[in-house]
Design a protein around this ligand. Structure first.
Ligand code: SF4
Ligand code: SF4
Length: 289
């Protein structure tokens, strides 16, 4: 249990799921007249007046529309501020795909009889995570050419997850839905889940432009992995628990680590035999990093 986990008297893994569930519930409340979080994870209005837009969606829309507006600019600033503090924690704490992928991997582990967290070498380990920047640039070029934010409008897991969720709520409330939109969005999410089953975390580690953009913030964010000297038993459990293939063990002698693929999920913290004494999620300044 980490410091944050101890404070809330819950394990970090449970705390992350409470956060995700809480955010989804806040979004769902908009359909019942409570406007605490309106929109979706790509763009929203939070706490009744703070406009937020995802950083990649902002750049893609800006390039597609070729139209700079102060409204969108003011909406991306709070998002940038959040990522300067929390880095890529969005992926581990807020993105619904991390949760869905965890379920897919549990099912797969059960079927194959291997333990949860036993990450076998997959194609995702062989592909350089840097390929994601090429993918992101390609998507930006396509958006510029067709003048539509291509990823955000058609491929984004965030957009399609919320379209599916909204479709489900509308169906439940007997409100009119666009079946084609819902079926399309559901198909995209299903395709991503199938991809996860075949190539675990290929999407998150190497391809997702949203995660790749957030990963850049890891280099400067306040949140980071901090290592405490002298307690490592070299069991390598931390790396076995890490879905994102972050090389923790070989860096354990350093004061900490800023890896663009770290999603600050804390699986390594909980997996480590010292249970949070050696590896910590830290918001404090570490000079040498
Ligand atoms: S990399 Fe993309 S899909 Fe994966 S958790 Fe981050 S935002 Fe979600
Ligand atoms: S290094 Fe730790 S906190 Fe970062 S992604 Fe891997 S398991 Fe999660």
């Amino acid at each position: 249990m980490t410091k944050i986990g101890r404070y809330f008297k819950v394990k970090l893994s449970k705390l992350r799921r409470f956060v995700l569930l809480g955010i989804i519930i806040l979004f769902l409340l908009q359909f019942f007249g409570v406007k605490a979080l309106v929109g979706g994870l790509t763009g929203s209005v939070a706490v009744w007046f703070v406009k937020l837009i995802d950083v990649f969606a902002y750049f893609e829309s800006l390039i597609a529309s070729k139209d700079f507006t102060m409204t969108a600019f003011w909406a991306v600033l709070p998002a940038i501020a959040l990522y300067l503090i929390f880095g890529r924690a969005f992926c581990g704490w807020v993105c619904p795909m991390d949760f869905l992928y965890e379920i897919v991997n549990r099912i797969k582990d059960k079927r194959q009889g291997s333990g949860v967290g036993s990450q076998k070498k997959t194609i995702a380990d062989k592909i350089s995570p840097k390929i994601g920047y090429v993918v992101a640039m390609l998507l930006i070029v396509i958006s510029a050419l067709i003048s539509i934010p291509f990823f955000t409008n058609y491929i984004s897991h965030l957009t399609n997850f919320f379209r599916t969720l909204t479709g489900g709520v509308f169906l439940a409330l007997d409100l009119p839905v666009e079946p084609v939109v819902v079926v399309y969005s559901l198909s995209v999410i299903t395709a991503l889940l199938v991809l996860e089953y075949i190539y675990p975390r290929l999407w998150c580690r190497a391809l997702c432009p949203v995660g790749k953009t957030y990963g850049l913030f890891n280099k400067v964010s306040l949140l980071k992995l901090k290592f405490v000297e002298g307690e490592c038993g070299e069991c390598n459990l931390c790396e076995q628990m890490c879905y994102m293939n972050v090389k923790i063990a070989r860096n354990i002698d350093r004061p900490g680590l800023r890896d663009t693929n770290c999603i600050y999920c804390g699986r390594c913290v909980e997996g480590c035999e010292t249970k949070g004494k050696l590896i910590k999620l830290s918001l404090k300044r570490v000079k040498e990093l």
